[in-house]
Design a binder for this molecule. Structure first.
Ligand code: GLY
Length: 370
């Protein structure tokens, strides 16, 4: 059996579950599932890239444990978070004759986790599912906490449901097949946890960044710390009525940039978040809330991690500030027309600010665009 290096409990009462973190856990997935969920069959939803890199290991371990399974392989990429691919996933589960008591496995990054979780939430009025995140972004953020859904032409994640997984299996070795750019994009979400409310963690990241990128023990430790923090926030506010919104630090700007760049290769989600976090800190400094040297320290760390930090780092045209503002207004962190932003008083001191003045945001964007 592979070693489970860290176990994080998401203590949500009857929806409680464990996050198991360790090297090569996919090789033991069959045995782990058999021990926890006797008598189930499995519908694996994955994408073409992950199917090549990771699916054979999972299938081998399910077979070795004598577990029955079906596979649904979708195209890779953000465009998969659509009604069309959701239908393919749901019909695939039904065609495989999976029943309500069976389990869906989401094997992949954030796109697959969000879509497969949503498919599980609506198939036969709700099936259980297991997250097996294979990207850094999914391991530290999207696979934990039960946010599932797809995108709309109106914006990201505007269609979905809260549906908690029954288990999250984080196989650290699956990160070895990520390219440097994808890894760095996921790392933006790691940095986010330090910026929200844990300056000591941000300092630790500054010290340990090289080891995290090289795949040393600090990598597993960083992922476990993020999962612990995410679990704490989700336990406190499962449905994002309050503090959970802090996890959206950098995301309102980031989502607008993703929309402006067509949700594609021009700007990965984590890259949008990296720029968004710098903008959120810069805007807070502009309002006199946060020290501007903190923005500089963040920029330095993100740049060292190979991440973009300014609008000018995004290749191609971003459209007008009005278009960016329209995207910001459509983001779901809007309540009755007032902009809700995650602002900050400095590293580790983020807070939720409702009723942010849209004109001030537009002016700030115009200024940073030069
Ligand atoms: N990714 C933000 C959240 O789960 O709330």
């Amino acid at each position: 059996m592979a070693q489970i290096a860290h176990t994080v409990r998401v203590a949500l009462g009857e929806r409680a579950y464990d996050i198991l973190i360790g090297d090569r856990l996919l090789d033991d997935a069959g045995a782990i599932l058999l021990e926890r969920f006797a008598g189930r069959r499995y519908g694996i939803i994955t994408d073409e890239n992950v199917a090549r890199a990771q699916l054979p290991r999972l299938l081998q371990s399910l077979d070795a444990a004598g577990l029955e399974h079906a596979e649904i392989v979708l195209p890779a990429g953000e465009a998969t978070k659509s009604f069309g691919q959701l239908q393919t996933a749901v019909e695939g589960l039904l065609a495989a004759r999976l029943e309500r008591g069976d389990l869906v496995i989401a094997l992949g990054g954030g796109v697959i986790g969000d879509l497969a979780g949503f498919a599980a939430s609506i198939t036969r009025r709700g099936m259980d599912f297991v997250q097996m995140p294979t990207s850094l972004l999914a391991q530290v953020d999207s696979a934990v906490g039960g946010k599932t859904g797809i995108n709309s032409p109106h914006g990201k994640n505007l269609i979905g449901a809260f549906h908690q997984p029954k288990l999250v299996l984080v196989d650290l070795s699956s990160l070895d097949s990520l390219n440097a750019r994808q890894f760095a994009a996921g790392y933006a979400e790691v940095v986010k946890y330090g910026l929200i409310d844990d300056e000591e963690f941000f300092f630790w990241l500054e010290q340990n960044q090289a080891e995290i990128f090289a795949g040393g023990p600090a990598r597993g430790e960083a992922i476990a710390r993020c999962c612990r923090q995410k679990a704490r926030v989700v336990i406190a506010d499962e449905k994002e009525l309050g503090v959970r919104a802090l996890l959206n630090l950098g995301h309102t700007f980031g989502h607008a940039l993703e929309k402006a760049t067509g949700y594609g290769d021009r700007l990965l989600h984590g890259e949008g978040v990296a720029i968004g976090m710098v903008l959120a800190h810069g805007f807070s400094a502009r309002l006199g809330l946060a020290p501007s040297q903190d923005t500089g320290r963040i920029v330095q760390h993100l740049q060292k991690s190979g991440l973009p930090t300014t609008l000018g780092d995004v290749p191609g045209d971003l459209g007008s500030t009005e278009d960016l503002m329209a995207a910001i207004a459509q983001d779901k962190k809007v309540s009755r027309g007032a902009l809700t932003f995650i602002l900050t008083r400095g590293i580790g001191k983020a807070f939720i600010e409702k009723g942010v003045d849209a004109v001030a945001v537009a002016r700030f964007l115009d200024d940073v665009r030069g």
